[in-house]
Structure formats: structure tokens, C-alpha cells
Write a protein that binds this ligand. Structure first.
Ligand SMILES: Nc1ncnc2c1ncn2[C@@H]1O[C@H](COP(=O)(O)OP(=O)(O)OP(=O)(O)O)[C@@H](O)[C@H]1O
Length: 511
């Protein structure tokens, strides 16, 4: 006999202006089942999850919860039913502490006793191997740590269906392993898990079953462990889209970026301070920086982009000392930047895609004598949309209306089309589907081949090994040696990620 049905969706339809995000979706999730929801960017996965969590009201269809038709008209109602959700774009208040954020989602009687709640947060997070200090402000947490807050919040609410929207994107391999152990443990206890991911190997190792969406409809179902990754990729993107990148050898040129003894003390007591970071990057090469989230990756990106100015140590771009220059001045020297956070930092959600193009690409002839050339701005935005296959409703769509992966493609495309001399890209394929990840990798390799120096900050080790000529790791604000990729074993990289390297090794590699 099959297990009891925890959730059943019947014929769910959701329309947005100019787009049917869900087009008659049926889905059944059993008690204790780990069920993957797969599909290319914009296929409608997040929308469907928001319907279940009461954030979005379907235009049509029924939700059956434990055998009863229910109306989930708010997240509060969803939580009351036992549905918890961890978001792709975290929904935390930065100026509140971990405990305060968690308290917000709890019934008043549980939220009132703060001491008890803090204790509970410690217990749950430690039990599931996700250490969290309830007193810390969310603004000081790395992306990985923010995600832990969301997961712990659901666990404290004792959800019987947990929805995780790309939960592993910001986790290290060790953290992923411990998250999966947690999820298996939860499933064993009867909790159902709905798991959205673009990482097909993970889906194969974790999920009992998978439903694939394409253009808002269910296009297939499979048992992931019984089919190959390629089979799943094909179910998602069809037969015509390439699902792997071929990367030929690079021929690096002259040094373009030189960073010497860069130190920067983060004002954030929990942030990582850059300590004596030195490296150089040549034209026409991709250099990778691995590391566990929160080890100085964001600080390095800010120091290079000009979001923070540095006086201790030196940064030279094509011979110019740029440590004291603003982001705009650095961009004029040929720098492009893709930050980790798409919304808020990579793009302004309320502004249109065209206006977002203007924010970083104004030097591409989009402004003349102080006047915006709107026709050119729109044409530039359209070019990005076309070249990078961004699924949206045209260049006037607000950035915030795009699916996560499509916005990521747009931001990468906006920077790549400026033909930068230096591209600093953090997690460029975060949340991007398998076909689009290939397109982004190919764009990076094309830039490299045309002489751009690319600094690739990523936690995706496969991506780093595939694309980079040299790589290393940041740990606690210190940079390991950067060595040719072919000579760095995964064990070696793991040791560097854990900080196991000496000053002498770094100096030897630089010599
Ligand atoms: N608030 C909104 N307004 C207008 N269109 C929207 C809105 N939210 C989503 N859409 C559109 O609905 C479609 C489905 O988006 P959704 O976020 O559900 O996709 P997804 O499968 O989760 O994609 P990804 O893998 O990129 O996260 C997309 O075309 C998107 O642009």
C-alpha cells in the first residue's frame, strides 16, 4: 500500500501579466517523501511553491492537504497547517537578530519567551549541525548562515511539509552533506520535503521522486536514483540545449590586476577581514577562488569593485593604483562586477531591466552629455535579453519580476556585453538551470579568449575545476596559494579552504 498523501495539487493555474507561470499543474507528495521539483529557469517552480505556501493565490485549481481541500490564503495559514518554506531570496530582516527573525514567524505564545526561544534555536541548530548564534544580527551573517536561520525557523515550527527552494546553492560540500542527513532524518520521521534544485547529482542522491516542469506544465516524472543525470537534464531542457561545456586551454597574456599585501579590516565584528592578500591576474585567464561562505569572498569583491576603499596594501588595474577610486572610476578603467546577491546589489528589483542596464553600462554610449539615450538603453537591454536567453516580458519588466535564474543571466549578460578588461564574478551560476549554466560558462570562456581577465569566486568546485587555469581558496580573509588547476587535487583545495597553508607556500607560489 502506498504512503498517505500529504499534499495534492489539482490543476493549478497562475497567470502573471504576459505570462502563464503555472498552466494546470498536478502534483502529489506523500508523507515522508523527498520530492524534487525540477525545471529550467522560469519553468514555474517558485510560483508553484508560493501557491502552496499561500504567498500567491492561484487563478484556478485545488489544494488538498492531508485529504481535505484547503484554501491557503496566507503564509500564516500555511504555517498553521504545517507547511514551512525556505526561500531562494531570503526573507529575513537584516536589522533584527536571528532570534527576533525566528520569533516573527511563531505564534505569540512561543515567541514571547525569548530566553526559551534562544535556547530552542541553539538546540535545534546544533542537533542538525547548523550552529547559529541567536543574538547575531542578520545583517552580519553570510548567505549560508542566513539560510540556516530560515531552515531552523521551519524546524522550530515543526512543519510536516518543508519546501526548500535551492537550499544548497550557498552551502559547502560538508554543509550539504549535513543538510541532507538532516532532511533524511526529517523524512524518516514522516516530514515531507519538496526540494527545488538545479544540481542534478544532489537530486539523484537525495530525492525519492522528481516532477519536472516546463513552461508552466508538468513535462515528466522520474525516480532520480534510477536514471542518469543526463536523462534528467534532457527531461528539463529537451534535446536541443547543450548540457556540458567544453573548455579549451587558455593563453594568458600580460598581468592586468595586481593585488599586493591588501589588508582591510571589516567594521563588522562577525565579518572576515582581508589579511595580506596578494595575487595577480593576467589577461585572458580565469582564476578561481574557492572557500566556505563568509571567509572574505564578499570583502574581496567589495575591495576590488570599490564598494569599500582600501589604503592598506595596493590594487593595480592595468598599471593604475585603484584602491582609492570609486566603483564608477574603476568601471571606466574596464572593470565589471557580478556580486553574489542579485536583488538589491546586482539589480534594483523595482527598476526595469533597461534602467538596471543603465546603472552599470552607462559608459556603453548610453549617456551623452549628461542625457540618457533611452533608445540605446533599451536596445542594450534587449541585446542582453536575446544573447543570454533571458526569459522575461521585455526590457521594461521590473528586475524583481524575473525568476531567480533569469535575473542572474541578465546580470551576467549586462556585464559581459561591456567587453570588460577585468570581470570579477561571484557565484555566476547560482540558481541557474543546467542549460543556462552552460551558456554562462561559455560566455566566461569567450570573454577569456578575447583577453578579459576573469576572477571567479565560487563555491561550486566543479565549476572552478572546469573553467579556471589557476585556483586557490580564501579562509578567514587569507588567500591560499593560487596554483595551476591541473596540479591541485580536491583534497589539497579542501585543505586550503580549511586554512591549511603557510605564508611561505603563498610566497613560493607567487614567485
Ligand atoms: N511577480 C511576478 N510578476 C510577473 N511575472 C512573474 C512574477 N513572478 C514570476 N513571474 C514569471 O513567471 C514565470 C515563472 O517564474 P518562477 O519564478 O516560478 O520560475 P522558476 O521555475 O522558479 O525559475 P528559477 O529556476 O529561475 O527560479 C517566469 O517567466 C517569471 O518571469
Amino acid at each position: 500500500m502506498s504512503a498517505a498523501l500529504r499534499l495534492k495539487l489539482e490543476d493549478i493555474v497562475k497567470d502573471y501579466p504576459g505570462c502563464r507561470a503555472n498552466d494546470g499543474v498536478d502534483l502529489a507528495v506523500e508523507a515522508g517523501q523527498i520530492h524534487a521539483l525540477l525545471g529550467e529557469n522560469g519553468a514555474g517552480k517558485s510560483t508553484l511553491m508560493k501557491v502552496i505556501y499561500g504567498l500567491v493565490q492561484p487563478d484556478q485549481g485545488r489544494i488538498i492537504w492531508n485529504g481535505h481541500a484547503v484554501k491557503v490564503d496566507s503564509p500564516a495559514r500555511a504555517r498553521e497547517l504545517g507547511i514551512g518554506m525556505v526561500f531562494q531570496h531570503f526573507s529575513l530582516f537584516e536589522t533584527l537578530t536571528v532570534a527576533e527573525n525566528i520569533a516573527l514567524g511563531l505564534p505569540a505564545n512561543q515567541a514571547r519567551d525569548r530566553r526559551r526561544l534562544a535556547q530552542r534555536i541553539r538546540e535545534v541548530s546544533e542537533y542538525y549541525g547548523m550552529a547559529l548564534d541567536p543574538r547575531r544580527f542578520v545583517s552580519t551573517l553570510s548567505m549560508g548562515e542566513r539560510q540556516r536561520v530560515e531552515i531552523v525557523r521551519c524546524l522550530i515550527q515543526e512543519s510536516t511539509l518543508l519546501i526548500l527552494d535551492e537550499p544548497t546553492s550557498v552551502l559547502t560540500p560538508q554543509e550539504v552533506a549535513s543538510l541532507f542527513a538532516t532532511l533524511r532524518q526529517l523524512a524518516k520521521g514522516g516530514c515531507s520535503i519538496l526540494f527545488i534544485s538545479h544540481k542534478l547529482e544532489e537530486v539523484r542522491s537525495l530525492c525519492d521522486t522528481a516532477t519536472v516542469l516546463r513552461q508552466g506544465r508538468v513535462s515528466g516524472e522520474c525516480r532520480p536514483a534510477e536514471v542518469s543525470t543526463l536523462d534528467i537534464a534532457r527531461l528539463m531542457v529537451g534535446d536541443d540545449t547543450p548540457v556540458s561545456t567544453r573548455v579549451d586551454a587558455a593563453e594568458p597574456g600580460e598581468a592586468l590586476l595586481e593585488v599586493n599585501a591588501l589588508c582591510w579590516k571589516s567594521a563588522d565584528p562577525f565579518g572576515a577581514s582581508l589579511a595580506d592578500v596578494s595575487f595577480s591576474l593576467r589577461q585572458g585567464e580565469i582564476v578561481g577562488i574557492a572557500g566556505v561562505a563568509g571567509n572574505g569572498q564578499d570583502e574581496l569583491l567589495k575591495a576590488l569593485s570599490g564598494e569599500v576603499k582600501t589604503s592598506d596594501g595596493e590594487i593595480r588595474l592595468a598599471g593604475h593604483a585603484i584602491g582609492g577610486l570609486s566603483p564608477a572610476q574603476r568601471r571606466r578603467l574596464g572593470m565589471a562586477v557580478v556580486p553574489e546577491e542579485r536583488l538589491g546589489r546586482g539589480a534594483v528589483p523595482e527598476l526595469s531591466l533597461a534602467a538596471n542596464a543603465l546603472l552599470t553600462a552607462s559608459s556603453q554610449g548610453l549617456v551623452q552629455k549628461g542625457l540618457i539615450r533611452f533608445a540605446r538603453v533599451k536596445a542594450f537591454a534587449r541585446e542582453v535579453i536575446n544573447d543570454f536567453g533571458v526569459r522575461c516580458n521585455g526590457e521594461e519588466s521590473p528586475a524583481g519580476s524575473l525568476s531567480g535564474g533569469n535575473l542572474q543571466k541578465y546580470i551576467i549578460g549586462r556585464e559581459a556585453l561591456q567587453s570588460p578588461r577585468l570581470l570579477v564574478a561571484s557565484h555566476p551560476t547560482w540558481g541557474v538551470d543546467v542549460g543556462s549554466a552552460v551558456a554562462i560558462h561559455e560566455a566566461l570562456v569567450r570573454l577569456r579568449n578575447s583577453g578579459t581577465a576573469v576572477l571567479l569566486i565560487s563555491e561550486d568546485l566543479d565549476e572552478l575545476y572546469q573553467l579556471c587555469g589557476r585556483l586557490g581558496a580564501l579562509c578567514n580573509g587569507r588567500l591560499s596559494p593560487l596554483a595551476p588547476t591541473s596540479g591541485v587535487s580536491i583534497e589539497q583545495l579542501g585543505r586550503w579552504m580549511a586554512g591549511d597553508f603557510s605564508r611561505d607556500e603563498v610566497a613560493d607560489a607567487a614567485a
